[in-house]
Ligand binder design. Sequence first.
Ligand code: G6P
Length: 372
Amino acid sequence: SAAEKGGYEYFMLKEIVEQPRAVADTLLGRVAVDGTLTLDEMRLAPHELREISKIVIIACGTSYHAGLIAKYAIEHWCRIPCEVEVASEFRYRDPILDRQTLVIAISQSGESMDTLMALRYAREQQSRVLAICNVNGSTIPRESDGVLYTHAGPEVGVAATKTFLTQLVACYLVGLYLAQVRGLKFGDEINTIIGQLARMPEQVDKVLQTVEPVRELARSLADAKTVLFLGRHVGYPVAMEGALKLKELAYMHAEAFAAGELKHGPIALIEDGLPVVVVVPSREGRSVLHDKIVSNIQEIRARGARTIVIAEEGDDSVRPYSDTLIEIPAVPTLLQPIVATVPLQVFACELALAKGNDVDQPRNLAKSVTVE
Ligand code: G6P
């Protein structure tokens, strides 16, 4: 009913707007004012987490993209090697697992059969399994050693939105908690991150206040045959998520590339008028990557691409090469996916609506896939 949809025509529109609240609820009670994290609910004891020598993240679809982003954060903060793999591939390649391996299964529904089978396999190999899940008491958390719930609330739209942002928050919390229990020195960087994480609800809200031009842009692209997405570092999985959303909702060919790979092939695809969405890394810390991507934007634009650039507010370096510039708040590099993904969700949703598609129930897709 209209009431259930909070006055919106589709659940997806409502769920996009709920993201600041979902992010806030997922942080609630887990971060103390002094920056100490409390995740006892996870059921994995600190001594167990200190024994971990490798992390393997398994997931499907959008949850897999959350895992890809988690790898950057966990390896950087905790210095524990971290692999990420789609669950459907994982157990069929004889992966190397043991008691010191922490397997993190990310699943919104907690029912994806591929993820469930992968976690069962991991447990048979004696690995500890931690679930990141949005549905209380679902199968994946029940079969895991520990669980950290995302508090996004029920998500009805088939394409994940608010659950993705909360999965990112959960992944950051796990990474920071691992660093804490392993006694890693919480320098300024970590303190800044924790402080900024607490501010994410307002930052996401800011993005939502400024996405109207993204809707217009989407409508103008309803007849495009293909859209390419480019990103680097954590912006690469964000680009992948943007492309997936477009496939799911607008039934449009979309593909993401790591911007550094452009010269190794994808640049051959660039032709006059081809829309290319570029996620520009934050200028903080890894400014080398920022500058490299600005060169990529120049290269593709010189070959005729229609550049749609997502960059930090005040980043004037990209302005001359952007046909459309979408500004997002400046936040620490590793947290940028939380704000950078939102315009891409709006973009795909609006484009699909312009095509007359049902964004809550895209054709051929299911909210949770309980067959292998
Ligand atoms: C389905 C949904 C996707 C989702 C994926 C993983 O394919 O259509 O939106 O990302 O399953 O679901 P999970 O519940 O395991 O996160």
